[in-house]
Design a protein around this ligand. Structure first.
Ligand code: PLP
Length: 399
C-alpha cells in the first residue's frame, strides 16, 4: 500500500484556518456571523502600495528575482530595521520570503539537527506553527507556559529551569499572539542574559511590532550582545494590511545566506511585484498605517470594556497586537460548557459569534483557566453587536 510519511501524516496545523472554514460555511449558508477569529487587518492595503505593485507589473517586473529579494527591498528593510530597532543592519543580512511564516521553519531547520533531541523553547499559548514546525523538522518542542496570574509575561526563572544542553533555540513573540502581551525592556534584558549564558539562538517574532499601544516597541536584538544570535522577523501582513501579498523578512548576519539557500530550495524567490509594493510601504507615506494603528487602539478599549461587562468574562488589557484573550472559565460553568472549545461552538452556532479557543494555541497549562481569543480587527459596530450578542447568550444560557 502507498504510505504517507509519519512526518507528514502527523503534521500539525494552524487551527484558525480550520475554524475559518467552518465559519465561512455558515456564512455561505446565509448565517449572520460576526467574525472575531481572523488574524488580519480589515483594512484595504493603502493606495500608494497597490499603485507601486501595478506600476511594477506595467514596468515588466514579473520575472524571478534573486532568492533573498531585490536589492532595493533588502536596502529598505535594513534601513527600516536599523532605524526602528536602533541597530546597525546591513542589506546582506536581510532575506525576504513569502510571508514571515516560512522563517519559523527555516530557522528551526537552520539551527537544529533532525533526530538529535535538539530542543526548541516556545511560548504556550502561542502561534501554533512554532511547535508544528519543530516536530516536523525532527526537533523537540518545549513549551514555556504563559500564565494569567503573571499577566501572560515570560517567567524568567521558569525559562532558565527548562534549558538543557540540548536547547538550541528560544522563540519569542512580542506583541504576542494570542494574549496581546508585550515584553518590556527589563524582561528582554533578563531573557537576553539567559540566552547569552546558554549560547542560544533567539527567534524574535516581531510581526506585530507596530501595534504596541501603551509603550515603545522593544526588540531583543537591540540589547548589547544579542544582534548576532537573534533572528529578527517582521513582515508586511499586519502593519500594512497586506496578508494576501505574502511578504515577510528575517534579519541575521550568519543565517541570511542559509535562509537564501532555503528560499532557492523552496519557492525560488518572493513574489516580484509584491516586493516593489513593500519598498513603497517601507519608504512611502506612513499616514495610512499610523491611522490603522490608532483605530486598533480605539477598538481595544471598546472590546475590553465590553467584554468585562459580560457576566462570567474577565479580560486583561492587552498591550499590543489586535487580540483580546479573556478568561471564560466562569462563563463555561454558567453555560454548562465543559471547556473553551465547547463554549466556542456554542457561541458560533447559538450566538453567531466566531472566536478561537485556547486549545487552538497549544495545550492548556495545568491549573490555567479557560480562554478564548477575539481578534478585534473588525469594525466598532461589529464589536458592539458582538458584545450585545454575548450578553444575550448569557441571559439565555445561564444554568
Ligand atoms: N507570527 C505570528 C505571531 C503571527 O500571528 C502570524 C500570522 O498570524 C505570522 C507570524 C505569520 O505572518 P505572515 O502573514 O507574515 O506569514
Amino acid at each position: 500500500m502507498l504510505q504517507v510519511s509519519s512526518r507528514t501524516s502527523g503534521l500539525g496545523t494552524e487551527n484558525a484556518f480550520v475554524v475559518l472554514k467552518e465559519v465561512n460555511e455558515l456564512i455561505a449558508k446565509g448565517e449572520d456571523v460576526i467574525n472575531f477569529c481572523i488574524g488580519q487587518p480589515d483594512f484595504h492595503t493603502p493606495r500608494n502600495i497597490c499603485d507601486s505593485a501595478i506600476k511594477a507589473i506595467r514596468d515588466g517586473k514579473h520575472g524571478y528575482t534573486p532568492s533573498p529579494g531585490i536589492p532595493e527591498l533588502r536596502e529598505a528593510i535594513a534601513e527600516y530595521i536599523s532605524r526602528t530597532r536602533g541597530i546597525p543592519v546591513k542589506p546582506d543580512w536581510v532575506v525576504v520570503a513569502n510571508g514571515a511564516k516560512p522563517f519559523i521553519g527555516f530557522t528551526i531547520l537552520s539551527v537544529t539537527d533532525s533526530g538529535k533531541g535538539h530542543e526548541v523553547l516556545y511560548p504556550n499559548p502561542g502561534f501554533p506553527i512554532y511547535s508544528t514546525q519543530t516536530v516536523a523538522q525532527g526537533a523537540v518542542p518545549v513549551p514555556l507556559h504563559l500564565l494569567e496570574s503573571k499577566e501572560f509575561s515570560f517567567d524568567v526563572d521558569k525559562l532558565e529551569s527548562l534549558i538543557t544542553p540540548r536547547t538550541k533555540l528560544l522563540i519569542l513573540c512580542s506583541p504576542h499572539n494570542p494574549t496581546g502581551g508585550v515584553l518590556s525592556r527589563a524582561d528582554l534584558e533578563k531573557i537576553a542574559e539567559i540566552a547569552m549564558k546558554n549560547d542560544l539562538w533567539v527567534y524574535s517574532d516581531e510581526v506585530y511590532s507596530r501595534m504596541v499601544h501603551d509603550s515603545k516597541f522593544e526588540s531583543i536584538a537591540s540589547i548589547p550582545g544579542m544582534l548576532e544570535r537573534t533572528i529578527l522577523c517582521d513582515g508586511a501582513s499586519k502593519t500594512y494590511a497586506m496578508t494576501g501579498w505574502r511578504l515577510g523578512y528575517a534579519v541575521n548576519e550568519k543565517l541570511a545566506p542559509y535562509f537564501s539557500t532555503w528560499m532557492t530550495n523552496t519557492t525560488s524567490c518572493p513574489n516580484h511585484m509584491a516586493q516593489w509594493a513593500l519598498v513603497e510601504a517601507l519608504t512611502g507615506s506612513q499616514e495610512e498605517p499610523d491611522r490603522m494603528m490608532d483605530i486598533f487602539k480605539e477598538r481595544r478599549g471598546l472590546i475590553v470594556e465590553g467584554l468585562n461587562e459580560v457576566d462570567g468574562i474577565r479580560c486583561l488589557l492587552p498591550g499590543g497586537a489586535f487580540y483580546a484573550w479573556p478568561n471564560v472559565t466562569e462563563l463555561c460553568r454558567m453555560a454548562g460548557a465543559k471547556n473553551s472549545e465547547e463554549l466556542r461552538k456554542m457561541l458560533l452556532y447559538e450566538a453567531k459569534i466566531a472566536v478561537l479557543a485556547d486549545i487552538h494555541f497549544g495545550s492548556r497549562p495545568p491549573g490555567e483557566g479557560q480562554h478564548i481569543r477575539f481578534s478585534y480587527a473588525t469594525s466598532n459596530e461589529n464589536i458592539m453587536e458582538g458584545i450585545d450578542r454575548l450578553k444575550d447568550f448569557v441571559r439565555k444560557n445561564r444554568k
